[in-house]
Design a protein around this ligand. Sequence first.
Ligand code: SF4
Length: 662
Amino acid sequence: MTLTADVEAAFAADGLLSRAASHFVARSGQTEMAIAVARAIENAEALVVEASTGVGKTFSYLVPALLSGERVLVSTATKALQDQLFGRDLPRLVEALGVPVRTALLKGRASYVCLHRVGIARQDSSILDRSALRALAKIEQWAQTTHAGDLAEMPGLDERSPLIPLITSTRENCLGSQCPQFRSCHVNLARREALAADVVVINHHLFFADLAVRESGMAELLPTVRVVIFDEAHQLNETGVQFLGQHLSTGQLLDFCRDLLGAGLQFARGLVDWQQTVGDCERAARDLRLCADQSYRGTKLRWTGNTPETLDSDSWGVSLDALASALLRTGAALDTVSEIAPDFVRLKERADLLAARAAHFMEPCAPDCVRWVDVGTQLRLTQSPLTIAEAVKTRLLGTSADSTKSWIFTSATLGDDEALSWFTQPCGLEGARLLKVGSPFDYAQQAALYVPQDFPKPSDPAHPARVSQSVGVWARQLGGRTMVLTTTLKALRLIGDALQADFEATGELAVLVQGSMPKRRLIERFLQGNAEGHQGCVMVASSSFWEGIDLPGEALQLVIIDKLPFPPPNDPMAEARAKALEAVGRSAFNDYFLPEAAVALKQGAGRLIRRETDQGVLVVCDNRLATMGYGKRLLRALPPMRRLGNEEDLLNQLKAINATAK
Ligand code: SF4
């Protein structure tokens, strides 16, 4: 039997899957995608599949991958999704299909405890306060017993803990085979297990980090796999450009200074004036930061000429030059002690790399790239390619070693046109086979869309107040179960504050604002609904909540989007992409801003209906959707929900949903 026939049989109503999993229901879209994936594996092709919400795409790619008997690499967007795939979906299917495959999970080195650095942090306890020392003691204890060393498995460890950089390694500070802990090192263990496995689950960050620097163990892994699957592929371009670019941050420099002082005092006290050497580098990093001390935190400074906009060009040039010189002097000092400990060899490499980056940013920006500076507590200098197309074409699909591989790219949202060009063009996949699988949901029955006509224009300062006022009314009608997705952090604050003030007195609904607690806790609290004396919850969120949030059933039945999610026009990356299109005679609005808005809108709307039995309403508080010519294109990108004509219809619909709630 061919793989395609095996897959078809597995998905049949009386096939392997239905016999092994009682809740399995054969769905035509799921089978169609699985067969397409099987064919792509048989023919060593590149396949792009947009599989709408509810198709069950994970089974559609895992089943053919597992039945193929090939070595498979599966990459997804986040560590949480990796854990879900590896801990839940993969073992279930391996058991259901009865295939003898070995699976492994591989994350970036920052996910694993570094035994060597835990030892250094303990000895250099001067850098830690009492509570940090207690937390460090717990980590040390856990590090003795853990098998995987994956920090996600350590109970009670906050992923934002300032201890994490001290107890994990980076490519720069890892001692590799020179490390006294090399044999028991968790990073190496995870890599060895990945190399021995048939199916390895990684994430896009790891994939691109490795493509950029060939460090994370994938350099050996990638040539040995025959099937590469990217789930949540809509994130590939944005993740890829982050890693294929160049960065230098003052935070990175201060981390280097801290490691330098720690190693210097521990292994070679008195041989070099460490305080002076570290002081020079720290001063140079701080002087660079000071160049932007007049700029607001959170801004991005365009950098199209020699100097980032608004900064003094003389001070900028002098600071970068001083930084490069201080780093070179540090490298020379480290050379004199390199025999004493392997830490100094790595520190010397870091000093040279940082000096080279500082020198790089003194040169003009490369063509087809964009530069900018992020201003925060630290300063971050970035030069990034505009897309990953070139890298995908030349370093993945184009290499002769990779011509026998199958490449599968899938996501629920990959564009708003037939060619899925929003995804395929920046990813260099115009030649790939395409498949679009529609959702099994009956949107006309399950969901409704309302676009209020009497709201102020989205650019009007009164717009957020009007949104919050209406959200209060609508959410009361539904008893919570409402999520507001904002396009900007400013709107998040304004709408969040106004709703908190509105509900403070009565306590009727709990208002949960993104940033007020860790994302996971925020979602857990939202799912609890009518707890702590409240009748329900309203969540106000931005950015990362527009996608990847799965709140099925009655947990979420009203999604409100404040404005059409166009990319900010003054963002350096958006500006550079728009210019690049105009330079070849294309329309930046039609070919960039509009598709970006369509995809983001589709993702935001996708939070609403997650199962065949879900009911809900989407409100978009931006009447450009109804009044502007381009609104039609955006409406076509949304699932085919029925339209509500006025607010009375909306309130009746919410009342009806509330009445059927359990
Ligand atoms: S080899 Fe690198 S990651 Fe592993 S324990 Fe040593 S320094 Fe840490």
